[in-house]
Ligand binder design. Structure first.
Ligand code: NAP
Length: 243
């Protein structure tokens, strides 16, 4: 299951997962055509994928999303918590409660709800056979995103804490929980902040002095999901060009 798997980092992850032999559920919120295009590309490559619309901020939607996977793809083995949002760049002293609720409900609540559904299916304590969760956090959790979106950065701080806490909670139940923290990646998300070309402006602040590509994040995610990472849990891979 890749939440927000229709565009950007999620789409790259879904495609790579399919290449590695996973049957993939591509979750999205609204843009069906983008999700269908990822499914089509996976199927053309001989893989298996389905697209399911669901808002991860909605408990009812999340329950339905995982029920569809149970029915159509079989037992869940891996969750990539990736669906995340940000809003227009502004200072904290300009933010209203509605915006904070949207950011926190999607970026934190959505990850918790999807993790809950995954643990209920994968934990040996619930009769499952184990599995892996990768949370897509952000370098922003360490840097704070001043003047742009401290609310978003704080939501990623919560994702880091979820990663540590849940990893320890289910460590003896066959489930590993890790996170990647991408830096400046070329995707559509920057348009939501009002600056589609943001990566070009900020890339020189990274030691590598370039933006990153969604595929470069996907490789780290797929490694953390794989048995090659069997003794790693509650840990992080920064995919930030050294920042
Ligand atoms: P993106 O290109 O904007 O794609 C967002 C994806 O999430 C789309 O598939 C979108 O579906 C889906 N989505 C949004 N809200 C959703 C919701 N409530 N329920 C279900 N799906 C939802 O984003 P991205 O840049 O790839 O970011 C993916 C993750 O990486 C996010 O968690 C983001 O915070 C993190 N990240 C990104 C960067 C970066 O520089 N790009 C850096 C650090 C961390 P629709 O198309 O249907 O809306």
């Amino acid at each position: 299951m890749v939440t927000g798997g229709s565009r950007g980092i999620g789409a790259a992850t879904a495609r790579l997962a399919a290449q590695r032999g996973y049957a993939v559920c591509i979750n999205y919120r609204a843009q069906r055509a983008a999700a269908d295009a990822v499914v089509q590309r996976i199927e053309e490559g001989g893989g298996t994928a389905i697209a399911v619309a669901a808002d991860v901020a909605s408990e009812a939607d999340v329950a339905r999303l995982f029920a569809v996977v149970d029915r159509e793809l079989g037992p869940l083995t891996a969750l990539v918590n990736n669906a995340g949002i940000l809003e227009a760049q502004m200072r904290v002293d300009e933010m209203d409660a509605g915006r904070l609720a949207r950011i926190f409900t999607t970026n934190i609540g959505g990850y918790f709800l999807c993790a809950r559904e995954a643990v209920r299916r994968m934990s040996t304590q619930h009769g499952g056979v184990g599995g892996a969760i990768v949370n897509v956090s952000s370098g922003a959790s360490r840097l704070g995103s001043p003047g742009e979106y401290v609310d978003y950065a704080a939501s990623k701080g919560a994702v880091d804490t979820l990663t540590i806490g849940l990893a320890r909670e289910v460590a003896t139940e066959g489930i590993r929980v890790n996170a990647v923290r991408p830096g400046f990646i070329y995707t559509d998300i920057h348009a939501s902040g009002g600056e589609p070309e943001r990566v070009e402006r900020v890339k020189h602040t990274a030691p590598m002095q370039r933006g990153g590509y969604a595929d470069e994040v996907a490789y780290a995610i797929l490694w953390l999901l794989s048995d090659e990472a069997a003794y790693s849990t509650g840990t992080f891979i920064d995919v930030t060009g050294g920042k």
